[in-house]
Write a protein that binds this ligand. Structure first.
Ligand SMILES: CC(C)(COP(=O)(O)OP(=O)(O)OC[C@H]1O[C@@H](n2cnc3c(N)ncnc32)[C@H](O)[C@@H]1OP(=O)(O)O)[C@@H](O)C(=O)NCCC(=O)NCCS
Length: 183
């Protein structure tokens, strides 16, 4: 079983015991989707998507639970997916469902662990992230990991009653090796 240890959090595969909490996060539009479309699944569809994700590299299902190391508590999830039908890279996404632990660096550490894991285990040269320009914590999170804005898609995402611009971020394997030499 893949577990990826950081200083404050670890990534581990989702287990059935996590499903009710993660699905409940998905059901809360202000928690999961302040900067995204809100599209909840039924609990059964959610479980099917999580359990089928291994066979589907385009799946948007969560791929790892984020666990707080000091307590063992489930605090969030991260995922990755093939973001383009032709181009060869993965986009990452992330959610701290437990609001109480936001702002402590857990999100950045978790995404950094995921990116390092992807470069270590996949034959890819680029990892991306697509971030609503207004989502300040998310923009700062990836920028602090060394992702660069490579462009801005205008009016690319409709939510909360209007169209939003989306920053396309990327980090290459060589960028990552320079800023994270241990990986
Ligand atoms: C995005 C998210 C994962 C960030 O996690 P986090 O653990 O709170 O973030 P971190 O503590 O690692 O901080 C990352 C950066 O965001 C900044 N930040 C965190 N919360 C912030 C806030 N409420 N307002 C402004 N900046 C904030 C931090 O200062 C840090 O930037 P800096 O180092 O340049 O100062 C979390 O806010 C979340 O789950 N949001 C909802 C889901 C979401 O938007 N996911 C991303 C979709 S693209």
């Amino acid at each position: 079983m893949t577990e990826i240890e950081g200083a404050a959090v670890r990534l581990r595969p989702l287990a059935p015991k996590d499903y009710p909490a993660v699905h409940a996060w998905y059901e809360d539009p202000e928690l999961v989707a302040p900067y995204d479309r809100f599209a909840p699944d039924s609990f059964d569809d959610f479980v099917r998507s999580v359990e089928g994700a291994g066979d589907d590299p385009t799946s948007l299902a969560p791929r790892f639970a984020i666990e707080e190391r000091s307590t063992g508590a489930l605090v969030g999830v991260v995922g990755h997916y093939i973001a383009h039908p032709v181009l060869e890279y993965l986009d990452v996404w992330y959610l701290l469902g437990n609001r109480a632990v936001r702002g402590k660096g857990y999100g950045r550490e978790a995404v950094g662990l995921l990116v390092g894991h992807l470069f270590a285990t996949r034959a890819i040269e680029r990892v991306g992230a697509s971030v609503d320009v207004e989502n300040t914590p998310s923009n700062r999170l990836v920028a602090g990991l060394g992702f660069r804005v490579e462009g801005t898609l205008r009016s690319a995402l409709y939510h909360h009653g209007r169209w939003h611009d989306v920053n396309l971020y990327g980090v290459t394997r060589s960028d990552w090796a320079q800023s994270h030499p241990a990986i």
